[in-house]
Structure formats: structure tokens, C-alpha cells
Design a protein around this ligand. Structure first.
Ligand SMILES: *[C@@H]1O[C@H](CO)[C@@H](O)[C@H](O)[C@H]1NC(C)=O
Ligand SMILES: *[C@@H]1O[C@H](CO)[C@@H](O)[C@H](O)[C@H]1NC(C)=O
Ligand SMILES: *[C@@H]1O[C@H](CO)[C@@H](O)[C@H](O)[C@H]1NC(C)=O
Ligand SMILES: *[C@@H]1O[C@H](CO)[C@@H](O)[C@H](O)[C@H]1NC(C)=O
Ligand SMILES: *[C@@H]1O[C@H](CO)[C@@H](O)[C@H](O)[C@H]1NC(C)=O
Length: 342
């Protein structure tokens, strides 16, 4: 009891808040979705958003040739929404969740009701490491480097605008490239558990760094059902092994830091459930992607590409990415679930 009260106070010191933050509960936990003012994200193409000052098709800000940025530069980058600004052909889950960057055009995240600070990099693995999970390109910022970028540049900038850490949610969705790359490198029948362990140790080493900066609210997404994607390179049992190891690490982190809030959203279950009942959600095609998904006129003339009523009826956008509407559908469920968590 004493300990948790102390950590509650400690938290208010970090954040210049009033001595007892209004949403500081008896156990020291501060998460409350209704009062969340910012989402800070790390991950891969599922999570990345396009910034006007980021690398086109990869990031909101910076790349591995230069992960640094000034406050002026971070604030000047605008979230872009257009056909090629995400890996889904439209808004992604974080844009739907925060409401920041959903409409076509450019958006200033500081003007959003829930600010979205997104450091994810399309194509990122947890670590860029030869013979394990090598970088997809020489400009790729791995999750590990995204965290370093946040420690060195992102957090100082956000502290400069007095971002309230108790009202921030740190969202992490990583591992999709890891599991695919490991399968390709090692062959489908390898013993993967030790590799997945290594990946999760790195993931949570990063989470510790964010925790040490004073952030207390964490959202983890597990792997989606890649085994049901148009051309899977992994099996359901590999996904489930990866997700179980991820869950164990998330639980260990929660046990170690009892005053933090560790939210584990089982997006794998949710997406499998949507797939199993796809007609209820207006999807017509869950096995393949529309062949013309990336054509400039796909929205106006889907029939030209044999894609029926259009992209919004496809669960998958391309061979490895969920469609934008799929993001919207699962994010509605995520938002409801977050409401119930605090
Ligand atoms: C989307 O925005 C990006 C970044 O501003 C730009 O490079 C790209 O050409 C735009 N794409 C379309 C289809 O307008
Ligand atoms: C970004 O991706 C689109 C396709 O989605 C492509 O047409 C465009 O050339 C890419 N831009 C750059 C700078 O890589
Ligand atoms: C990065 O890779 C590209 C393509 O392989 C190459 O053209 C470029 O010179 C490389 N850049 C650096 C700085 O190594
Ligand atoms: C993997 O194992 C399965 C079941 O034992 C076997 O049928 C398959 O041929 C193996 N595949 C490879 C690529 O070794
Ligand atoms: C799904 O889409 C593909 C590509 O457009 C098409 O070939 C296939 O017939 C569709 N399947 C169903 C069940 O509509």
C-alpha cells in the first residue's frame, strides 16, 4: 500500500502535475482511456504513418541515416492521409484510434484531441541483426533504434511541451516482420521458441527504457493471423508460440512494475473472429487481395481489376497487410475494450 502510494506521488513529480493526479487510483495506476491525451507508437508498417518530413512510404520522421530531429522539425511534420500514405491504402489503426489523420489531407498532430506521436518504421524488425533479422533496407529503423530515437530526441521534445505522461498511452506492435523473416531464414520446421524468446527480450528491454522515462501506460498488440493471409510464410502454431512468449514477457513486466498498466489486446483472437464471421462485417473476400489494390483508379473502378464492389470488401489489402477497413473494424473493438480497462 505504502509503495503504491509513493509511486503515485513519484509519477506526479515526473509530470509536473498536481500532487495527486485526479485519475491516480489507489494502486498507483493512471490509465484511463477517456482522459488519454496522447498515443506514442512504435512498430512496423502496420503502425507507421506518413509524415511530410518523414521518409516517403516509411515514416513520420527520420530514417536510419539520421534518426535525429529538432523540436521545430518534429512539430512541422504533418500526418498525411492519401492512398499511399499507409500500408493499408487508407487510415490505419492508430489514426482511427486517435482520430488524428483519418481524413484525406495533412494534419497537425498537436491540434488533434488525442495527439499521435508515431515513430514506427515500415519494414522494421525488433532488431536489425545479420543472420537473425537483418534490416530490410539500409534506411530501416528497427524497433530497438526507434526506442533510442525516442530516448534521445522524441521524449526531450515532448517534455518540452509538457506532455503529461500519466495521460499518455505507449502503443507497441512489433514482430510481424520478425516471424516472417525468421521463418524464411531458418525454414518452417526450425525450433523457433529460442528465437522468439530473444525477440521478446529485446522488445521488453525497449519497454524498460520507456518506463525509465516515466511512462506508465502500455498497450501491446500480439501477432495478427498471418497464417490466414493470401500467401502465408508462417503457420498458426508458430503465431501462437510467438504470442504465448510475448504474453509471458508482458506479464513479467507487469509483475515487476505493478504501478504501471500493461494492456494486452488480443488482436489475433479479434481478427480470427472477424474472419470467421466476415459477412457480418460486410467483407466479401478474406482469402486473397484485390490484384489492383495499388492502382490509382482502384477506388473509382474496382471492376476493371475484378475486385467487385471495391477494396472495402477485402479483409486483406495486399499479401501481408490488412485493409484499411479491417483496421477500422478491429479498432472499434479496441476502443471499446480500452474504455473498460480504466
Ligand atoms: C501522398 O502523400 C505523399 C507525401 O506527401 C506523397 O509523396 C504522395 O505522392 C501522395 N500520394 C498520392 C496518391 O497522392
Ligand atoms: C511510395 O509507394 C508508392 C506505391 O504505394 C509508389 O508508387 C511510390 O513510388 C513510392 N514512393 C517512393 C518515394 O518510394
Ligand atoms: C543504401 O542502399 C541503396 C540501395 O541498395 C544504395 O543505393 C545506397 O547507396 C545505400 N546508401 C548508403 C548510405 O549506404
Ligand atoms: C516440415 O515438417 C513436416 C511435418 O513433419 C513435413 O511434412 C515437411 O516436409 C517439413 N518441411 C520441410 C521444409 O522440411
Ligand atoms: C476474391 O478476390 C479474388 C481477386 O479479386 C478473386 O479472384 C476471387 O474470386 C475472390 N473470391 C471471392 C470468394 O469472392
Amino acid at each position: 500500500m505504502k509503495l503504491t502510494a509513493a509511486s503515485c506521488l513519484l509519477l506526479s513529480l515526473y509530470t509536473n502535475a498536481t500532487p495527486t493526479p485526479p485519475n491516480c487510483k489507489h494502486d498507483g495506476r493512471t490509465f484511463n482511456w477517456r482522459t488519454t491525451k496522447s498515443v506514442i507508437a512504435f512498430g512496423d508498417s502496420y503502425t507507421y504513418i506518413q509524415g511530410t518530413l518523414g521518409r516517403t512510404n516509411y515514416t513520420y520522421i527520420g530514417d536510419n541515416f539520421d534518426i535525429s530531429f529538432t523540436p521545430e522539425k518534429l512539430f512541422a511534420s504533418r500526418i498525411v492521409q492519401n492512398q499511399t500514405a499507409t500500408a493499408e491504402g487508407g487510415p490505419n489503426w492508430l489514426e482511427f484510434l486517435t482520430g488524428c489523420g483519418v481524413d484525406p489531407g495533412q494534419h497537425d498532430t498537436r491540434k488533434c484531441e488525442i495527439q499521435l506521436w508515431d515513430f514506427a518504421y515500415a519494414g522494421a524488425n525488433t532488431v536489425s541483426q545479420a543472420n537473425f533479422t537483418p534490416p530490410h533496407w539500409n534506411h530501416t529503423v528497427s524497433y530497438e533504434r526507434q526506442i533510442q530515437q525516442f530516448v534521445d530526441y522524441g521524449n526531450p521534445v515532448l517534455e518540452g511541451i509538457h506532455l503529461k505522461k500519466e495521460n499518455a498511452l505507449v502503443a507497441i506492435w512489433i514482430g510481424i516482420n520478425d516471424i516472417n523473416d525468421l521463418a524464411k531464414l531458418r525454414g518452417i520446421n526450425a525450433t523457433f521458441a529460442p528465437f522468439y524468446e530473444q525477440v521478446q527480450r529485446k522488445v521488453f528491454k525497449g519497454v524498460e527504457k520507456i518506463y525509465n522515462l516515466g511512462y506508465r501506460n502500455f498497450l501491446f498488440m500480439n501477432l495478427p493471423p498471418l497464417d490466414r493471409s493470401p500467401s502465408p510464410s508462417v503457420s498458426a502454431s508458430m503465431i501462437s508460440a510467438f504470442n504465448n512468449i510475448h504474453t509471458a514477457h508482458a506479464e513479467a513486466f507487469q509483475n515487476k512494475h505493478r504501478e504501471s498498466t500493461v494492456l494486452k489486446f488480443d488482436v489475433n483472437y479479434v481478427l480470427n473472429n472477424i474472419l470467421d464471421n466476415y459477412q457480418d462485417y460486410g467483407f466479401q473476400n478474406i482469402t486473397t487481395n484485390c490484384p489492383g489494390y495499388n492502382q490509382p483508379d482502384i477506388r473509382t473502378d474496382p471492376k476493371k481489376y475484378g475486385c467487385g464492389e471495391g477494396l472495402h470488401t477485402y479483409f486483406w489489402y495486399d499479401s501481408g497487410h490488412l485493409g484499411s477497413r479491417t483496421h477500422e473494424v478491429f479498432t472499434q473493438k479496441l476502443a471499446k475494450w480500452l474504455m473498460k480497462q480504466g
